[in-house]
Design a protein around this ligand. Structure first.
Ligand SMILES: [Zn+2]
Length: 149
């Protein structure tokens, strides 16, 4: 279910292409932690970074998310459950020592790639794009701490 309709979307392919062109190598649709029954879209095993490219519909993007009119209650429950599962996945991965980067399919792949590259290479955060990325403040602070030690 995790891969529902989000597998190999255009946005994800573009991001993968961008990361690949920067010399980064990764696993695709891979389970970062074998004990967790969740896979991430793009996984950097050595750096322990999991990347998710969330579809605006399935993950209820605040800008583009919609709820179909037919079976509205069912869809509301479904999309709410998806979002809760995302948060649960994030915290489980972080608890297992992974950095999690989430973006929307509507995010600019080059800007997402900038951020992913910084986290993977453990570079200090350059000023720049973090705006619409689904990356909670605490995570970017954690990444900074990780980088500064
Ligand atoms: Zn969106």
């Amino acid at each position: 279910m995790a891969a529902q309709a989000t597998r190999d979307t255009g946005a994800e392919l573009e991001l993968r292409r961008e990361l690949h062109s920067r010399g980064l190598r990764y696993r695709v649709n891979f389970r970062p932690d074998p004990t967790l029954r969740r896979s991430a879209d793009i996984v950097f095993t050595r750096a322990r970074v999991a990347v998710f490219v969330d579809g605006c519909f399935w993950h209820a993007c605040p800008e583009h998310g919609t709820v179909p009119k037919a079976n509205r209650d069912w869809w509301n429950a479904k999309l709410t459950a998806n979002t809760a599962r995302d948060r649960d996945t994030d915290s489980a991965l972080r608890a297992a020592g992974w950095s999690v980067v989430r973006c929307w399919e509507h995010d600019d792949p080059r800007q997402v790639a900038d951020l992913v590259e910084q986290v993977v290479r453990k570079e200090p955060q350059r000023s720049g794009y973090e705006g619409n990325l689904r990356r909670p403040k605490s995570e970017s602070m954690a990444a900074r701490r990780m980088v500064s030690k």
